[in-house]
Design a protein around this ligand. Structure first.
Ligand SMILES: N[C@@H](CCC(=O)N[C@@H](CS)C(=O)NCC(=O)O)C(=O)O
Length: 272
């Protein structure tokens, strides 16, 4: 198969439906798609329909539920230019870089060392989002896993504010988590303050990596890479979920280094 160097047909990007106009979830891929400047449009899938849609497209599950059964997730990217279907955000970024190396704003994976690990145990309700892979881009893949672990451990601060599109979508999450109601997801009072403090410490470690090149706002200074989108994807989830006062507080921690990253990525944050 010949691969077009710049795609002409519009790709389909599958994201979880939220109350319009919110886009909350697969921001890493959205930032990567916009950075590569490829044509795509979003298909919004209600949470209870993800399994049906993913199976319908013939894309195998990339996560497991705690009981070992398949966990059907988004994003998925379908590219009619090459007849490809990709069902994991890291794979989507690698696919875009390999298939369209000269498209858009540059290389998503410039070689770099990404010194950051998060080795604390995850709570049982936060099963691993990603597995690291060997070979090409292994450094980015390992970083992706550690950053996913670090934010997943604190996702309790955000979960109850997820602006899902319908009561059915909320009911599905409640059923799966084995809790009584949506309100049970909210972490309040002292427990919230404790989790925020742990979040502040975790972000402090990531801030060290981001401040390596003071010409910032990106890890490589003025040059954006997928590593910035790995962190930035989570910052956009925070933006779409945290209450305004908490968002303002958290985004300004550590001398505003994460606010500058968020602002630096805004040029690639269009929802199409
Ligand atoms: N490793 C996958 C993880 C994707 C993932 O876990 N997606 C979650 C949202 S963050 C999802 O689709 N959840 C569906 C559900 O909870 O039903 C990736 O990076 O694409």
């Amino acid at each position: 198969m010949t691969t077009p160097s710049s795609p002409s047909k519009t790709m389909d990007f599958y994201d979880i439906a939220m109350k319009p106009p919110a886009a909350v979830n697969p921001w890493k891929s959205r930032l990567a798609l916009n950075f590569k400047g490829v044509p795509y449009k979003t298909t919004w899938v209600p949470l209870p329909d993800i399994g049906r849609v993913r199976r319908g497209l013939g894309v195998p599950a990339c996560r497991k539920l705690a009981d070992g059964s398949d966990f059907y997730t988004l994003p998925i990217l379908v590219d009619p230019n090459t007849d490809s279907k990709i069902g994991d955000s890291f794979d989507i970024a690698v696919y875009l870089q390999k298939t369209y190396p000269d498209s858009g704003a540059g290389d998503l994976f410039p070689p770099q060392q990404l010194d950051y690990t998060y080795d604390q145990d995850l709570p049982p309700w936060a099963p691993p989002l990603t597995k690291p892979r060997a070979g090409e881009y292994a450094e980015y893949s390992k970083f992706n896993m550690h950053v996913d672990r670090a934010f997943s451990a604190h996702v309790g601060l955000m979960g109850s504010f997820l602006p899902l599109d319908s009561q059915e979508s909320k009911d599905e999450m409640v059923r799966r988590a084995g809790v009584k109601s949506w309100e049970d997801f909210e972490i309040k009072g002292e427990a919230r303050e404790k989790m925020k403090e742990s979040f502040r410490i975790m972000l402090g470690d990531l801030a060290k990596l981001l401040s390596k090149d003071p010409s910032g706002p990106f890890i490589l200074g003025k040059q954006i890479s997928y590593a910035d989108m790995i962190i930035g994807g989570w910052i956009y989830i925070m933006r779409g979920t945290l209450p305004e006062d908490e968002w303002q507080e958290i985004i300004n921690w550590h001398e505003g280094i994460f606010r500058r990253l968020y602002e630096g990525l805004q040029q690639y944050a269009e929802v199409k």
